[in-house]
Ligand binder design. Structure first.
Ligand code: CO
Length: 211
């Protein structure tokens, strides 16, 4: 793969700005007025997953949180701040948790070929594997095992989402966004909706302090 140089990237940016202005001279004036995105997208940091391109969405449509292997971590202050802001202030209508096949984080968790801190970060995925070991091990190829683990990981992150106080509070106030679990198949470029059922993970609504 040939990569663009920094100079090319800056030139591309200028060309894109000119093209956008030719289509609509007020494009950036409108963009500058603020954001009210309808979607929160939680995805993997993988460089191949430029979801804006994959979905034909425009700047201003997706509020984004990305990390290795699209984890919804209840101890990640960065993620929690984004979730709270997205639900309470932006009032997003939908939350998309998107994993992908061919994910290095999933591979690292299953095959144990990580180095450094990534090894700690992907440990929750190892837990998912251990909980589903029989079903995953029964699959014939390594690719299928990794793909299945990527899907189970999305399901688990959706479940984690429902365990945040932010989501539980939103559910109690009937303001919770709809949650979708997706897997992006990099080999085809297509998005697969896993139709994750979220009903069973909706805990009794959060109605104030009970300490
Ligand atoms: Co990945």
């Amino acid at each position: 793969m040939k990569y663009h140089s920094i100079e090319e990237i800056i030139k591309n940016n200028q060309a894109w700005v000119s093209q956008k202005l030719a289509e609509d001279s007020t494009y950036f004036d409108k963009l500058a007025t603020g954001q009210k995105p309808p979607y929160l997208y939680i995805g993997c940091s993988d460089s191949r997953l430029a979801l804006t391109r994959f979905t034909g969405t425009e700047p201003g449509e997706l509020f984004v949180h990305r990390n290795i292997a699209n984890q919804v971590s209840l101890t990640d202050i960065n993620f929690l701040a984004i979730l709270e802001y997205a639900i309470s202030y932006l009032e997003v209508k939908d939350i998309i948790v998107a994993g992908h096949y061919g994910c290095g984080g999933i591979k690292a968790a299953l095959l144990g070929i990580t180095i450094g801190l990534v090894d700690n970060w992907v440990n929750p995925i190892r837990e998912i594997y251990l909980q589903n070991q029989d079903k995953i091990d029964a699959l014939p190829t390594q690719e299928e095992k990794l793909n299945r683990l990527a899907e189970l990981n999305v399901q688990m992150q959706v479940k984690n989402l429902y365990q945040t106080s932010i989501m539980r509070q939103a559910l109690g106030q009937q303001k919770a966004p709809t949650v979708h679990g997706w897997v992006v198949d990099i080999q085809t470029g297509l998005i697969k909706d896993l139709q994750v059922s979220t009903k069973q993970w909706q805990l009794p609504s959060f109605s104030g302090l009970v300490l």
